[in-house]
Design a protein around this ligand. Structure first.
Ligand code: GDP
Ligand code: IMO
Ligand code: MG
Length: 423
């Protein structure tokens, strides 16, 4: 009976997938609105443990239609593998749909993503997931992309490929990568049509009917604001808009129809990939956050950079996204810390600022912390807000105050039952 957006409030990996999995138990439609298989959304439920990359995290409820929306980019090869993983757990995956407007990640996008990254020196490397995200969105913006709809019309597809493949081959040659063959691409698209043709739809009627008939709709974001193409740490960003603003264009829903915007906030900070990260810790506390929080990328396995909660970034995030509430995840990871810090401002040269500055200043920003006493007890078995330790509640209420949005959900472990909904 509502449209709820689930948005990453930090640098990604906040726990969006597990929140969508939880909410989807009562949802009619879940729509991934941007990004591609660069996502790593970990879901643990009665079917097992899954790292979803492009399939929406509502897939475990067979009554929920899971739409990979118009604003996404799709690699059908990896989607096929992922779907096989879901099917192996006993689910049919028949509830999956892909909008015709989604752009296709072609083999040359992945090759170019890897090659472009390799050419950059350490300072400028974005540390992409090498899933072809930058190159496919670049083609979309340049209006030379291939869309899911194109695989239904081989004549049109061939004409489009004949226009663009010579251009792609020149780029590949620059990186000493062998040329791509048009016939091979045609065959690949034909195999994708065979495999996914019946799932590729015009989603407009589906989404409109769901909204107009007051169904429960969830919009699932990928990544987080700090790597948003416009508002993130450019150029160390992804190539789409994971912010609340991106939901509308990507899912085909007017901003007027969105009732709730849930910011998913980790109780500390992590970032994977290049670029500034002012709260990054290089000490024992950083190590401890990484090992207890098991902070390793769900897509690439890379160790995540860890730090204390950054309230400067969180309040910026709340402003841009307009959160109606937030979900604070991974509270249990802080259980054993004697002291816990919150970054409430940055020192930039002689100045103290409480806003996210332009990227070059983020590079030199030093965090200014306030300290909180840890609760030092196990929260993983707590099942209600009231039963949380007082010191944990005080910490959470401070996050709420500094972020500027009420806490609606807290999680104390990765399982469905370890999610507390606050009254
Ligand atoms: P997403 O990309 O935003 O969906 O987040 P990821 O799945 O990449 O990263 C979140 C990680 O933390 C996953 O390994 C989850 O299983 C795990 N996780 C989520 N919530 C909690 C929690 O409350 N406590 C603990 N200990 N782990 C959690
Ligand atoms: P989820 O949805 C964390 C990072 C990469 C890189 C930058 C650009 O699981 O939160 P890209 O492959 O998109 O061109 O990489 O963004 N990145 C993520 N970091 N979680 C993700 O997704 C990410 N998707 C991309 O590390 O720095
Ligand atoms: Mg992730």
């Amino acid at each position: 009976m509502s449209v709820t957006a689930i948005v990453g409030a930090q640098w990604g990996d906040e726990g969006k997938g597990r929140i969508v999995d939880y909410l989807a138990q009562n949802a009619d439609l879940v729509i991934r609105f941007q990004g591609g298989d660069n996502a790593g959304h970990t879901v643990i439920n009665s079917y097992g443990k899954f790292a979803l990359h492009i399939i929406p995290s509502g897939i475990f409820n067979p009554d929920t239609i899971c739409l990979v929306g118009a604003g996404t980019v799709v690699n059908f090869n990896t989607m096929k593998e992922e779907l096989e993983g879901v099917r192996a757990s006993g689910l049919s995956g028949d509830n999956l749909r892909i909008d015709k407007r989604a752009h296709l990640i072609m083999p040359y996008h992945c090759l170019l993503d890897g090659a472009e990254e390799q050419k950059k020196d350490a300072k400028w490397a974005i540390g992409t997931t090498k899933r072809g995200i930058g190159p496919v969105y670049a083609d979309k913006a340049a209006r030379i992309g291939i869309r899911a709809a194109d695989i239904f019309d081989p004549d049109r597809l061939r004409v489009r490929l004949e226009m663009l493949i010579p251009r792609k081959n020149r780029e590949l040659e620059f990186y000493d990568i062998p040329a791509i063959d048009i016939d091979e691409m045609m065959d690949l698209c034909a195999s994708w049509k065979e495999e996914f043709g019946d799932k590729i739809i015009d989603s407009l009627p589906l989404v409109r009917d769901a909204v107009l008939s007051d169904k429960t709709v969830i919009l699932e974001g990928q990544l987080g604001i700090m790597r948003d193409l416009d508002w993130g740490i450019y150029p160390y960003v992804t190539s789409s808009n994971p912010t609340a603003g991106g939901t509308c264009a990507g899912a085909g829903i007017s901003p007027r129809r969105i009732n709730n915007i849930y910011g998913i906030v980790k109780s500390y900070s992590t970032s994977v990939g290049g670029g500034p990260f002012p709260v990054e810790l290089f000490d024992e506390d950083g190590e401890k956050l990484r090992s207890i929080g098991m902070e390793f990328g769900a897509t690439t396995g890379r160790p995540r950079r860890c730090g204390w909660f950054d309230a400067v970034a969180a309040s910026f995030s709340c402003w841009i996204n307009g959160f109606t509430s937030i979900a604070v995840t991974k509270l249990d990871v802080l259980d054993t810390f004697e002291r816990i810090k919150i970054c409430k401002a940055y020192r930039v040269g002689d100045e103290i600022i409480d806003y996210v500055p332009e990227i070059s200043l983020q590079d030199i920003a030093e965090p200014i912390y306030e300290e909180w006493e840890g609760w030092q007890c196990d929260t993983t078995g707590v099942r209600s807000w009231d039963d949380l330790p007082e010191k944990a509640k005080a910490y959470l209420e401070r996050i709420e105050e500094l972020t500027g949005a009420p806490i609606g959900i807290v999680s104390v472990g990765p399982r469905r039952e370890q999610l507390l909904v606050r009254d």
